[in-house]
Design a protein around this ligand. Structure first.
Ligand code: SER
Length: 319
């Protein structure tokens, strides 16, 4: 089997920095090329790292050719809340970036491409509970519109150009090692930082706003499981529903209180409430479970325990 050379675009982000470490373990540090438009932070500087802007197609193609890349994980995107503030740029980055990568897959006969979709691809008239794999999709944010369009691009490149592209519709991803930027589910990350440093947190969503969520370790596992699955098992080429848990701000606050009794939460909803209200509350991911054996490991209690165990040491290092 030929040596796999993996390019990760947008590696400095919340998911990228943890996914790169998973890829190091699978393929060896020397075979993983982490890239971003900003200098590497923390652990990423321990491996190959280069500045790469996916919008610069010529540079992207040269990079792939020079490094004999065989797989691309394309993670660079503007998220939901930021996208509403700069919709044209969100469209430009999220769409043109993806098409550049899919064209590169054709040009250089890449083995596989990974691209994330999101629960944001659903909308207000999508069934809210146990949202099915195939259902109404009427996203209201530009971010969600790019995710739905991106899913259709992936499916088109698979059917018409034979690109082995794979994708997951992530719920809100919660990790503590790298913070998210500009998402609607970010509150569920910030709450842990504030609980430890200030013992209080002001939430930009209402107390009962249920959203599907996933701990970062599960997100990395889902991504690598999908990418390592035999091609014949990957029957959905737009994007797979994937889920682990759903909770509301008041529920996660209650879970944190079990560990930090003095913690308090207050609520001051802003424009992100309407975005959250347009998304599903829970996801039916039975197709992913059937096709390639997806199983999650972390629920709310396990995740909260894990983060509150490890985050204090990280905060102490930064102080
Ligand atoms: N977590 C993302 C966001 O909130 C959704 O994919 O924008």
């Amino acid at each position: 089997m030929k040596t796999q050379k993996i390019l990760v675009i947008g590696a400095g982000g919340q998911l990228g920095s943890e996914l790169v470490q998973g890829l190091w373990k699978l393929y060896g540090k020397e075979n993983v090329f982490a890239t971003d438009i900003k200098d590497p932070q923390g652990i990423l500087s321990q491996g190959n790292f280069e500045i790469l802007d996916v919008l610069k197609q010529k540079h992207l193609f040269e990079f792939i050719q020079k490094n004999k890349i065989t797989q691309v994980y394309h993670l660079a995107a503007v998220l939901s809340a930021t996208g509403e503030k700069n919709p044209k740029f969100a469209w430009h980055l999220n769409m043109d970036g993806l098409v550049h990568v899919l064209d590169a897959a054709v040009e250089f006969k890449l083995d596989k491409v990974y691209w994330p979709s999101s629960i944001a691809a659903f909308g207000p008239t999508t069934p809210k509970h146990n949202t099915p794999q195939d259902t109404i999709m009427d996203p209201t944010t530009i971010y969600g519109i790019t995710k739905l369009a991106g899913e259709r691009w992936c499916d088109w490149y698979f059917r018409n150009k034979g690109v082995d592209v794979r994708s997951l519709r992530y719920p809100g991803l919660i990790g503590y090692k790298t913070k998210p930027g500009g998402g609607t589910t970010d509150y569920a990350v910030d709450i842990f930082f504030k609980a430890l440093t200030e013992k209080k947190f002001e939430c930009f969503l209402k107390p009962d706003t249920y959203l599907p969520m996933m701990y970062m370790d599960d997100a990395v596992k889902a991504t690598l499981d999908l990418m390592e699955a035999p091609a014949a098992k990957v029957k959905t080429r737009s994007s797979y529903n994937i889920s682990a848990m759903s909770f509301s701000p008041s529920e996660i606050a209650g879970e944190i209180k079990k560990h930090i009794p003095e913690f308090t939460i207050s609520y001051n909803p802003d424009f992100r409430q309407a975005i959250a209200d347009s998304w599903p509350k829970s996801i039916d991911d039975s197709r992913a479970r059937q096709d390639w054996g997806w199983r999650h490991q972390f629920g709310l209690a396990e995740m909260t325990k894990e983060i509150l165990k490890h985050l204090p040491a990280l905060l102490a290092q930064e102080a």
